[in-house]
Design a protein. Structure first.
Length: 351
C-alpha cells in the first residue's frame, strides 16, 4: 500500500482506523471556544510558534531601537558641533592670482549680526615654503617621499635645497576657541600661552608614520611664498591628524598657528573657511537667511558649504522605511514558521 501511494498523497494521508469525533458547535461564544481549542490542540507546536514570534519581535525591537539611536540628528555632528561651514573655493586654487578673499570681513560681520547665530569662527591661511634644514625638514621629506612618492627623495633633494619655492605648503591660522577645541583632541596637549604668542605650533601629520615623540620638540622654519626672506621659526609642540586644518597640501608640513600670529607674519592672509553655530540647533530659518546672504553676494559662485541640516536630511533619505521593513520581516518569519509547522504535522501523520 505504501509503495503504491505517491509522496504528495502521503503528506495528506491520515490513518483510516482512527475514529473521527464529531462535535456540535453548540451555543454561546463559538469563535472564542474554537480559537481556544485550536490554540491548545497541539501544545508543542503552539509553544514553538509563540517562541519564534517572540524572538522575531525581539529582533524587530532591537532594530528599531538601533535605528532610533542612529537617527539623523543623533549621528550628524560637524566639526566643533557647528551647524554650517562655509568654504572659500578660490583659496586652494593652484595659481595665487586666482585666489581671492571672498569670505571678507563685511560678509563675516553680516553673518555674526544674524539673531539666530551664536558663534562664528574663521580660519585663515597663507602659502609658505619650509626651507631645507638638516634636522626636521630633512626627516620629514624623507618620510614623505617614502610614504607617498614613487621616486626616491634623493633625486629631488637638491631641488628642494636650492629651490624651496617649488615645494609650497600652508600656514593655517585659528582663533583661541578653535585652539581650545583642537588642543583637547591632541594626545599631548600644548601650552596655550606658547601657542597664542607664536612660540609654538601644531603640525598636521598627513598620514606619515611618525610618532608624536618623533616630531614634538623640533623646530620648523617657514618662509612666505611671495617673500622668501620673511621667515619665522616655531617649536612643534603638537601633532594632529584632523584634516579640517588643511588648505594646500604640499610636500612640506602644514603648520597650524594662532590667527593673530599669521596676520602679523603674512602680508595678505585670506579666509579659508568660516564655521557657524546657531543658538538653536538645526535652525532652518537661520540657515535660510545665511544662504540668502551668500546667494546675494557678488562672489556667490565661489562659495561652497557643509550643512548639518542637509547632512541629516540625506541620512534620513538613506535610512528610508526601515521600521516598515522590520515589520515585514517579522510577518514573513511568522508565515514561514506557521507553514513549516503544518508541513511537519503532515509528515508525522504520513509516518
Amino acid at each position: 500500500m505504501a509503495a503504491d501511494i505517491s509522496p504528495i498523497e502521503a503528506l495528506g494521508y491520515r490513518p483510516t482506523h482512527k475514529t473521527v469525533k464529531e462535535r456540535k458547535a453548540g451555543k454561546g461564544k463559538v469563535i472564542a471556544r474554537l480559537s481556544t481549542e485550536q490554540f491548545t490542540k497541539d501544545k508543542k507546536r503552539t509553544a514553538v510558534v509563540l517562541l519564534s514570534l517572540a524572538a522575531s519581535l525581539s529582533v524587530y525591537l532591537c532594530i528599531v531601537t538601533m535605528l532610533d539611536s542612529q537617527a539623523a540628528r543623533t549621528i550628524v555632528s560637524n566639526y566643533m558641533d557647528t551647524d554650517m561651514v562655509i568654504q572659500n573655493d578660490t583659496a586652494c586654487k593652484e595659481k595665487s592670482e586666482d585666489r581671492r578673499d571672498v569670505l571678507d570681513e563685511s560678509l563675516v560681520k553680516s553673518i555674526k549680526e544674524n539673531a539666530g547665530v551664536s558663534e562664528v569662527h574663521s580660519m585663515i591661511f597663507a602659502e609658505i615654503t619650509v626651507p631645507w634644514e638638516p634636522d626636521f625638514a630633512e626627516m620629514w621629506m624623507k618620510e614623505f617621499y617614502a610614504k607617498w612618492m614613487s621616486i626616491p627623495y634623493g633625486k629631488e633633494k637638491d631641488e628642494y635645497q636650492n629651490h624651496p619655492e617649488n615645494f609650497g605648503s600652508s600656514l593655517i591660522g585659528i582663533d583661541e576657541q578653535e585652539f581650545d577645541y583642537l588642543n583637547n583632541s591632541l594626545e599631548h596637549p600644548i601650552n596655550k600661552g606658547d601657542f597664542l604668542s607664536g612660540k609654538a605650533c601644531i603640525v598636521y601629520r598627513n598620514g606619515l608614520d611618525f610618532a608624536d615623540a618623533d616630531i614634538i620638540g623640533k623646530n620648523v622654519t617657514c618662509a612666505l611664498y611671495e617673500d622668501q626672506q620673511m621667515t619665522k621659526t616655531f617649536t612643534i609642540e603638537g601633532v594632529t591628524d584632523e584634516n579640517y586644518y588643511t588648505a594646500l597640501l604640499g610636500y612640506p608640513p602644514t603648520i597650524i598657528a594662532s590667527d593673530q600670529v599669521v596676520k602679523t607674519f603674512a602680508n595678505h592672509p585670506i579666509t579659508l573657511k568660516t564655521s557657524i553655530k546657531y543658538h538653536k540647533e538645526y535652525d532652518r530659518d537661520t540657515e535660510q537667511e545665511i544662504l540668502a546672504l551668500l546667494e546675494e553676494n557678488d562672489n556667490a559662485k565661489d562659495f561652497s558649504w557643509e550643512s548639518k541640516i542637509e547632512d541629516a536630511d540625506e541620512i534620513e533619505k538613506a535610512q528610508g522605511n526601515m521600521p516598515q521593513l522590520g515589520i515585514g520581516i517579522v510577518l514573513i518569519t511568522w508565515i514561514v514558521l506557521e507553514k513549516n509547522g503544518t508541513v511537519v504535522e503532515r509528515i508525522k501523520g504520513a509516518e
